[in-house]
Ligand binder design. Structure first.
Ligand code: TXA
Ligand code: MG
Length: 365
């Protein structure tokens, strides 16, 4: 049996949770000890929780794929605690250095040509590696104490919404890993911006470090063609993670856009009533502004239209809550794909498997 077959023996660990707010030193020491032994440790970051292993040991990294059920060609992000580490792991360009100085520690992953020290297990067979320095004190302490860079994807089972609390990780990873470090709810609640500098600077996955912020530092940046579009069958993708179904709760997800004509709420109410009449437990993920139109229906507020970062912060949490309540149909309000709304739409489109309806279409006009 090998990890690439994604075969996994259930419940081989008694998964321990250590609360870093109460036992910071013990949690970090125990986490670092396990990482050094080649084991997996879930840890908090400011974006989402990560599932970490020693990035310099191929066998350690390969167990990540088994625990997540992740395809072996989907590369892992390598987390560092010092800027100098980046130079040991990858060929750091002047543009990359500039961005690291501007945005690290923080929610920006930079893809660079890898050095041989990075195993192909970690890079998913690619000649590049994604590097990130997280901002969360628990994450930084864990990397320092382990004395090695930590490869970590989001700590969800493959295809599920990313975890933003230790409880979310426990739901997905119980019995599969020895330790979860609990650092409270992730402050951004959405994964880092992934920027490739391996060729033309291109944002492969939008996040809280916005395209305009990157452009301000290095002059220009492109938006990857799959940020808001599905990957076509058989095509080559820059970011392998983008080709898999993603962020999906058990429920069916439908995304509704309007043409700025304010008919979104009416269209969503119509879908909701239709699904409910068909016997489906339904939930609307609403902006605060539109929520007044959903009276009597089951809805949850993602945040204000004026604060897309808040909408990002609550999205994965609400998808997971919907699963816990056995919701079968989730109807989500789209927001304009600019500023932090770009990151939200990138995730919402994938959660909905690109099922998008326009309000006019639904209202039959
Ligand atoms: O915020 C985050 O980035 C979190 C925390 C734990 O740091 N990590 C995370 O990792 O979201 P993951 O594996 O769930 O998503 C990483 C994405 C994937 O879509 C992957 O395909 C892409 O980044 N990626 C990583 N390395 C890459 C590379 N060398 N070339 C292209 N894409 C890469
Ligand atoms: Mg992920």
């Amino acid at each position: 049996m090998n990890a690439f077959e994604n075969v996994h023996e259930e419940d081989i660990y008694e998964t321990e949770i250590i609360n870093l707010r109460q036992e910071f030193d013990r949690g970090v020491a125990e986490g670092a000890r396990l990482i050094r032994m080649g084991e997996l440790v879930a840890f908090p970051t400011e974006t989402v929780y990560g599932l970490g292993a020693d990035a310099l040991r191929s066998e350690a990294a390969s167990t990540i794929f088994a625990a997540k059920g992740r395809p072996a060609d989907n590369p892992l992000i390598v987390h560092v605690a010092e800027l100098e580490e980046a130079f040991r792991l990858a060929y750091v360009t002047p543009e990359a250095e500039r961005l690291m100085e501007a945005f690290w520690p923080g929610p920006l992953t930079i893809i660079l040509r890898k050095k041989t020290i990075i195993p192909y297990t970690v890079s998913g067979g690619l000649e590049t590696v994604g590097l990130r320095m997280p901002e969360h004190a628990g994450a930084l302490a864990l990397i320092r104490e382990a004395g090695t860079p930590i490869a970590a994807p989001s700590a969800n089972r493959s295809g599920r919404p990313s975890p933003t609390t230790a409880q979310d990780v426990y739901e997905d990873m119980k019995g599969r890993i020895p330790l979860i470090l609990d650092g409270g709810a992730s402050s951004y609640g959405m994964e880092s911006t992934v920027l490739s500098l391996a060729g033309t600077p291109t944002i492969l996955r939008p996040g809280m470090v916005l395209p305009e912020m990157v452009a301000q530092e290095i002059g220009y940046v492109e938006l990857g063609k799959n940020v808001l579009q599905p990957v076509e069958e058989g095509s080559v993708v820059l970011s392998p993670g983008m080709k898999y179904r993603h962020y999906a709760p058990s429920a069916n997800v439908t995304l509704v856009e309007d043409e700025g004509d304010g008919r979104m709420a009416a269209a969503i109410a119509k879908i909701y009533d239709r699904e409910t009449a068909a016997g489906k437990e339904s939930l609307i993920l609403a902006t605060e502004e539109n929520s007044v139109f959903y009276g009597g229906r089951n809805y949850a507020i993602m945040g204000s239209k004026a604060d897309a970062a808040e909408i990002c912060r609550s999205f994965f949490r609400l998808l997971r809550e919907a699963d816990r309540c056995d919701v079968q149909e989730i109807i989500v309000e789209a927001v304009p794909a600019r500023s932090c709304g770009l990151a939200f739409m990138n995730r919402a489109l994938r959660a909905a498997a690109f099922r998008v309806f326009y309000a006019g279409e639904i209202l039959g006009e």
